[in-house]
Design a protein around this ligand. Structure first.
Ligand code: HEC
Ligand code: HEC
Length: 361
């Protein structure tokens, strides 16, 4: 068994690997095929019909909404009913479902966050509903902002001339711990991320709509939908190159200030499933922030990536520094690129699932 500190570090690196959606859970029970939570886990009662891949993101949503860690509701084994808070949480899940069913046509209007707002003991604050996008109707303006962004990177032609990208980077967590990372991208739609963690490499790769993850010498498993989306969003080269065809339901939101920068906001849905918010610098048009939302049983869980230190390489621009933030505790990580190579050969074996031929689904 891992000692606790070791486990904590792996967990953290793991979160870096996937750009910040997954934490605290080894994934050993996560299934390959679509399954319900009741089939995939031992003691899931009220969330039994939830797609199993949404269970862990739902737990992370609880953390974020209540401002607590997993241990607030769980002792060591997650399947035991040994804490009062877990029992309360079950009642709360039912209560929230009931409120939404009776008053909001079953939509996730009231969530845990509506009352809790980051605290285990809520106070009576009216719902702010920060996650809801604004009214539609600005599709053309939004497309103009996407075009301006692609131009700011050097233009689509220049982007398409980059057939591969190999990056060495250093990830640093909220406590200043550092881990060496490697990124491989190959056009049109393959990516691999390796974290050189102290307990062994953590490798995550995707090809189009499928992907896998392996921790040290463990068995590879399929990426969950939210992990796959995070991997594809975090791939700067391929994300930019396929941004326009991957986005639907495009519209602008109200302009916002990010730090000291004025930004234009574009809202859309990525890969027909991930709601996304893009913040473009008003003057230069570059991308400053992405916020995307992972579906959980109780509402959307946000993850945020900030980009800075844009530099030129082979006719395209690339952000050398990213900051990844999530609402959970310890959710902040930064990534600094140390070394970049483009248009170098990258073997397809980099992306293939170990031990089995790449399945095409
Ligand atoms: C606010 C309380 C709360 C927090 C915080 C919480 N959980 Fe849970 N967890 C629950 C409840 C309630 C269930 C059972 C749900 C049900 O019966 O439908 C559960 C079930 C689970 C299960 C299924 C166990 C099984 O085999 O039946 C796992 C795994 C799990 N939680 C992991 C986590 C992780 C990891 C975290 C931290 C990221 C976490 N939980 C945070 C309340 C919580
Ligand atoms: C309508 C408002 C409301 C919503 C929505 C809500 N809660 Fe609560 N929750 C409360 C109140 C009020 C308390 C009691 C606080 C107290 O005892 O001081 C509470 C208490 C709790 C506690 C016990 C906290 C402790 O440390 O004693 C847990 C756990 C909890 N809620 C989880 C959730 C989860 C998970 C959700 C979403 C599924 C949720 N709540 C949604 C109002 C709400």
């Amino acid at each position: 068994m891992n000692t606790l500190p070791k486990q904590a570090l792996v967990v953290w690196v793991f979160a870096v690997v996937i750009g910040g959606v997954f934490a605290q859970f080894s994934g050993a029970q996560a299934p390959a095929a679509p399954q319900t939570a009741a089939q995939a886990f031992r003691n899931v009662v009220v969330l039994k019909d939830l797609p199993s891949e949404q269970l862990v993101p739902t737990m992370q949503y609880f953390e974020a909404a209540l401002g607590v860690g997993c241990n607030h509701c769980h002792l060591l084994a997650r399947d035991l009913d040994d804490k009062r808070e877990k029992a309360v949480a079950r009642q709360m899940i039912l209560m929230v479902a009931e409120i939404n069913k009776n008053s909001f046509g079953g939509r996730h209007e009231v969530t845990c966050y509506t009352c809790h707002r980051g605290s285990a003991k809520p106070v009576g604050i009216p719902p702010a509903d920060a996650f809801r996008p604004q009214e539609p109707g600005a599709g053309r303006e939004a497309e103009g902002l996407l075009d301006k962004y692609l131009l700011s990177l050097g233009g689509m032609d220049a982007l398409q001339k980059i057939s591969s990208r190999v990056v060495k980077a250093t990830a640093t967590d909220f406590a200043g711990r550092k881990v060496a990372m490697e990124y491989f991208s190959k056009s049109p739609d393959k990516g691999t991320i390796i974290a050189h963690a102290p307990n062994g490499d953590i490798v995550q790769a995707y090809t189009g709509n499928t992907g896998w993850l392996r921790i040290a010498a463990g068995q590879p498993r399929d990426l969950r939908g939210d992990e796959l989306a995070a991997a594809r969003i975090g791939d700067q080269l391929l994300f930019a190159a396929r941004l326009k065809p991957s986005l639907t339901d495009l519209r602008t939101g109200p302009a916002e200030k990010v730090g000291d920068r004025e930004t234009n906001v574009v809202l859309g849905t990525l890969y027909n499933r991930v709601p996304l918010k893009l913040y473009f610098d008003k003057t230069s048009g570059t991308l400053h922030r992405i916020v995307y939302y992972v579906e959980t049983a109780v509402g959307p869980l946000p993850a945020q990536m900030d980009f800075s230190d844009y530099r030129d390489a082979d006719g395209v621009k690339l952000a050398y520094r990213w900051t990844i933030s999530r609402p959970q505790a310890q959710g902040l990580q930064t990534l600094q690129i140390d070394q970049l190579q483009q248009n170098v050969p990258v073997e397809d074996s980099r992306f293939a699932r170990p031990g089995a031929p790449m399945a095409s689904r």
